[in-house]
Ligand binder design. Structure first.
Ligand SMILES: Cc1cc2nc3c(=O)[nH]c(=O)nc-3n(C[C@H](O)[C@H](O)[C@H](O)COP(=O)(O)O)c2cc1C
Length: 201
């Protein structure tokens, strides 16, 4: 695409995403890595919430959560998801959709053990997305797991990472008079070569 230059240039969408996230890290006041993660329930009703984009690998986007949470169950059932990041300071948007699978256990272990002890214990204490009687009940659970799990808890089996392998990635940047620039990268499955298409705004 001859006019795909400047901030849109490159031949690897994951490398381009890393560049955009770096740009955002320099200008966003908070959480440049916050992304909206959309899943779908068995009836086809969508669901969306923020998670942190913890890594942009050469083959996908990595985030961490509770596998038994609502999002975890929806991902396990559908095997697919979509994400969007919006950086107000840059007036840019990044979207991706594709298949999702769990990270290898060793990678989830490594990330889990890099976290603060309180966060590691929190992952044991919180039955994410389940009803909770009170804040006090959660604190009591934290106290309980602090005693039972000790200062070096193993990663809970219900907590870990996912990788979204995109079949479509879209880069959007604000243009004058709503004539925004959009480039969609798409490929068949997670392996084929990428096709880049400029889209109407
Ligand atoms: C800035 C921000 C970052 C968040 N990061 C995560 C995250 O990385 N992982 C996660 O499980 N939840 C994260 N959350 C909480 C989720 O948005 C959500 O409330 C929770 O995961 C439960 O979602 P679910 O019931 O749809 O599974 C974050 C929320 C915010 C506002």
């Amino acid at each position: 695409m001859s006019d795909r230059d400047g901030k849109f240039a490159g031949d690897d969408p994951y490398a381009l995403m890393r560049r955009w996230l770096e740009d955002a890290s320099a200008s966003e006041p908070n959480d440049p890595d916050a992304m909206s993660l959309a899943t779908v329930d068995p009836e086809g009703l969508p669901n969306v919430r923020i998670v942190l984009l913890k890594a942009i690998d050469d083959d996908g986007l990595v985030f961490f959560t509770n596998y038994e949470s609502r999002k975890g169950r929806e991902i396990e059932a559908a095997g697919k998801a979509a994400v969007v990041l919006h950086w107000k300071s840059l007036r840019r948007q990044l979207r991706a959709r594709g298949t999702v699978e769990r990270l290898p256990a060793e990678r989830s272990d490594a990330y889990y053990h890099s976290r603060a002890l309180q966060s590691r214990l929190g992952a044991w204490a919180s039955r994410q997305s389940e009803p909770l009687a009170s804040r006090g009940a959660l604190m009591a659970e934290v106290a309980k797991v602090t005693l039972s799990r000790g200062p070096n808890p193993p990663r809970p089996p219900h907590w870990g990472g996912y990788k979204l392998r995109a079949s479509e990635i879209e880069f959007w940047a604000d243009g004058d008079f709503r004539l925004h620039d959009r480039f969609r990268w798409s490929r068949d499955g997670a392996e084929g070569s990428w096709t880049v298409t400029r889209l109407n705004p």
